[in-house]
Design a protein around this ligand. Structure first.
Ligand code: ADP
Ligand code: MG
Length: 429
């Protein structure tokens, strides 16, 4: 129960004003140290000869200063880390017995034996400490120091009671916010783990699905070879099919392993200064047979560019982009691979005149095994090419951009930081 009648009318108004200001600070989310400083300063203002401080218990059970704006810094530092006990000054003893301790004169008070020289050297003579409680546990103390022997009057007791209570509210509010925040962080971690789990099981389902078709082909043709009396031609066809299906499985397994390593940031890269045209030429040699079969012309343009990349991985990226461009191009059309350099970048553009990709499907482009409904066909991939190309480019510190217009075509650009300034030549197809 409050005993406001021991305070003057002016003091009651001042107490209420200070309480309101502190509550507003708490509501605005001010840090606990700021709120406690306000509580301490308010009490010092109402008890002019006093110096106040708040000590809070840390995890290890020692007292630490949470607010001591007017105490000598050296004194605060010496007291910091105080262990509560029956003779631990006013604060340590107040926490130990969970009761207020009034040391009217620290030079004679037996609980101050260990600290009286320290206090005297800083001109502190009296210390009155009241426990701060939070959810009925003692969490710290509110100390009021005086420079001369001092015994509190009822008015002082009422003021200290009110401001100690206010400090308790601030600590409780802070603990509740920390707990809310911890719960929030735990919720986010749980949701992230659930999403990762779901993505993993979707990945495994898609992978099993993708492997089933070539495995079925291998099983079927092997069974035919074992049980049927096949002609030499039929045997050759069966063996070819088994070879193709095995190669397909191998390439899926290679891509899955690369993807797992690049996503874990564990792909070994040998970054070197490379002539991009060299890597493009090597890639085009490998793509030429596919382009011939599809009747697609490949055009190569642009100035020499030097990029800092891993040769094998850059070729893997270019092959993935070129094979898509050729596969999705209509017969008799042209696929262009162009280099371009600027003051601060070197780019490689792969442009086709295929069907383009509708906007609403763009978000699915980099989902493993999602072919956006395209048929894998004889020469189709498993839907890993683009995601792998993007991740590899990014692992080499490159940028991966895709622009596509339905009915016009698709352009993919990979850009690296410039190694050497060259002439600017925008792609001309
Ligand atoms: N140049 C392109 N033009 C049109 N569609 C494309 C192009 N590149 C990729 N796609 C679409 O994106 C899908 C995913 O491509 P990708 O990851 O390389 O897998 P895959 O080539 O194995 O199907 C393709 O199946 C296709 O639907
Ligand atoms: Mg592909």
């Amino acid at each position: 129960m409050g005993r406001l009648n021991v305070l003057s009318g002016y003091e009651v108004t001042a107490v209420l004003d200070h309480q309101t200001a502190v509550m507003q600070e708490m509501a605005a989310g001010a840090p606990l140290s700021t709120v406690l400083d306000s509580v301490v300063c308010a009490l010092e203002e109402l008890m002019p000869a006093s110096r106040c401080s708040v000590l809070l218990l840390d995890q290890a059970g020692t007292l630490r200063h949470a607010s001591a704006p007017t105490l000598p810094a050296e004194y605060s530092a010496a007291i910091d880390g105080l262990k509560p006990g029956p003779f631990a000054g006013s604060c340590g003893t107040a926490v130990h017995f969970a009761k207020p301790v009034i040391a009217v004169d620290v030079t004679t008070d037996p609980r101050w034996v260990r600290f009286r020289h320290l206090a005297a050297s800083h001109g502190l003579r009296a210390c009155w400490s009241s426990p701060i409680r939070c959810r009925s546990q003692v969490v710290g103390t509110f100390a009021v120091y005086h420079i001369a022997p001092y015994e509190p009057e009822p008015r002082d007791e009422e003021l200290v009671r009110r401001f100690t209570h206010l400090a308790s509210l601030a600590v409780e509010h802070d603990q509740a916010s920390s707990e809310r925040e911890a719960r929030h962080i735990a919720d986010i971690a749980r949701q992230t783990a659930e999403r990762a789990n779901l993505a993993k099981s979707q990945f495994v389902t898609a992978l099993s699905h993708e492997l089933r078709t070539p495995l079925q082909a291998i099983t079927g043709f092997t069974e035919n070879l074992q049980t049927l009396d096949l002609s030499p031609d039929q045997r050759r066809v069966a063996l070819d099919q088994i070879g193709l299906a095995s190669a397909h499985i191998l390439s899926i397994v290679d891509d899955v392993l690369d993807l797992a390593r690049v996503e874990a940031g564990a792909i070994p890269l040998e970054l070197r200064l490379l002539d991009a045209h060299d890597v493009i030429a090597a890639s085009l040699d490998l793509i030429a047979p596919l382009a011939d079969r599809r009747n697609v012309t490949i055009e190569r343009t642009g100035p020499p560019v030097t990029v800092n990349a891993d040769r094998r991985r850059l070729q893997q990226v270019i092959l993935n982009l070129m094979s898509n461009a050729v596969r999705f191009s209509p017969p008799n059309s042209t696929v262009c691979i162009a280099t371009e350099t600027g003051a601060d970048h070197a780019s490689i553009h792969v442009t086709d005149h295929g069907p383009g990709i509708p906007n609403e499907l763009l978000t699915r482009l980099f989902v493993p095994f999602d072919r956006l409904g395209a048929d894998a066909g004889r020469e189709g991939g498993a839907g890993l090419g683009l995601v792998l190309a993007r991740r590899l480019t990014e692992a080499m510190d490159g940028r991966f951009e895709l622009a596509s217009t339905v009915g016009v075509g698709t352009q993919i650009t990979i850009t690296f930081g410039a190694v050497r300034a060259g002439s600017l030549a925008p792609p001309n197809c």
